[in-house]
Design a protein around this ligand. Structure first.
Ligand code: UDP
Length: 363
């Protein structure tokens, strides 16, 4: 098949890196980058690190509101589809680029394949939820990562074209896990961190960028941070800008670093005492790596990650007391270093086989 695949954000570049080897073995792929994420740390770095091909079309859409981005993407994607005449358009996840790609394709009558179909947080105030629901209802092929995603689709009357393929990001994490398990990979980062003696954090969801939410999670991080257990926050540029606008400062033991590359992020997760995040990708990676994980959200669309974690992943929202009590329960006293060493020594992550399953299903 001739397939136009559309990416635009950090997690989509990572998912594309997981899929493209399998996809390109069986299909003729045209790789399109909308440029929704455009700076070096959020996009550029992943091309080199993950061996992504140069995009056949870089749309250079850039920033702005979701409506502005969607408005610029639709005609730009339409022009690519008219020129390339694909048999299908493939979109990933739940971003503005996902929805714009699906909508432009559907309007031209080009069938849409959606990777990570069927996920639901059941919270329509989240922009991602709108993007997922609409994309699923436009899609001809729906590649679901989990059983609950299949159930969610069925509840909305979508059963045709649905396939359970597993989680593409697990394939990439599996491929990379051997490179990060040696504690020397943490030392090599030169961040002055000891295994099990720091907390690794990412925060980027829109619901955590309101002034009241930022006051709550910065206070939560401050309360967990200590000189002998610093918090390492890999700060998303959108969150950094929101903190700056609101004039919110982080506590001294909360160390802010720029967004990191993929391998560095896996390294920082694996050897941490615990991970705190609102990211869909980071929470699953924490689950696969076996790291205790506190979710800085009220709900998650990755319900299996929580259910299958053996209690290691807990939704704490922005509740400071609950976060502190949960962290102490999951990583009691000084257990962090021993837990991290044990986890790294045992790490063995099987691939999900999602890339092959998707490429084969399209064939
Ligand atoms: N990630 C990264 N650098 C960072 C933070 C996250 O490479 O500084 C990776 C992370 O390991 C995961 C993906 O980005 O593979 C998750 O993307 P993100 O959190 O931006 O979006 P979400 O998964 O919530 O859609």
């Amino acid at each position: 098949m001739r397939i136009v695949s559309i990416v635009g954000t950090r997690p989509q570049l990572i998912k594309a890196a997981a899929l493209l080897p399998a996809l390109r073995r069986r299909h003729d792929e045209v790789f399109v980058d909308t440029g929704q994420h455009y700076d070096e740390t959020m996009a550029g770095v992943f091309f080199g690190e993950l061996g992504l091909p140069r995009p056949d079309h870089s749309l250079g859409i850039g920033g702005g509101s979701a409506a502005e981005q969607t408005g610029r993407m639709l005609p730009a994607i339409e022009a690519v589809l008219v020129a390339e005449r694909p048999d299908a358009v493939l979109v990933y996840g739940d971003t503005t680029s996902t929805l714009a790609g699906a909508l432009a394709a559907a309007q031209l009558g080009v069938p849409v394949a959606h990777i990570e179909a069927g996920l639901r947080s059941f919270d329509r105030s989240m922009p991602e939820e709108i993007n997922r629901v609409l994309t699923d209802h436009l899609a001809r092929w729906l590649f679901a990562p989990t059983r609950s995603a299949i159930t969610n689709l069925a509840t909305e009357g979508i059963v045709d074209g649905v396939a359970l393929v597993g989680d593409l990001m697990q394939d990439l994490a599996s491929r990379t896990s051997a490179e990060v398990r040696d504690p020397a990979s943490l030392a090599a980062l030169d961040l002055d961190l000891a295994p099990g003696r720091y907390l690794f954090v990412t925060v980027h969801r829109a619901e955590n960028r309101t002034p009241s939410a930022m006051v709550a999670w910065t206070a939560l991080l401050a309360s967990l941070a200590a000189p002998n257990r610093p918090v390492l926050l890999a700060l998303h540029p959108g969150t950094a800008a929101a903190l700056e606008t609101a004039g919110i400062r982080l506590a001294d033991d909360v160390r802010v670093i720029a967004p990191q590359g993929y391998r560095t992020t896996l390294t920082l997760q694996l050897h941490a005492a615990a991970v705190l995040t609102d990211s869909g990708g980071v929470q699953r990676e924490a689950a696969w790596l076996g790291v205790p994980c506190l979710l800085l959200r009220d709900r998650t669309e990755w319900v299996e990650a929580v259910e299958d974690s053996g209690g290691r992943m807990v939704i704490v929202g922005l509740d400071r007391a609950l976060a502190a009590a949960t962290l102490e329960r999951l990583v009691p006293g000084n257990a962090g270093p021993a837990m991290a060493a044990d986890r790294a020594a045992r790490l063995h992550l099987e691939p999900a086989g999602a890339g092959e399953a998707i490429a084969a299903a399209l064939e």
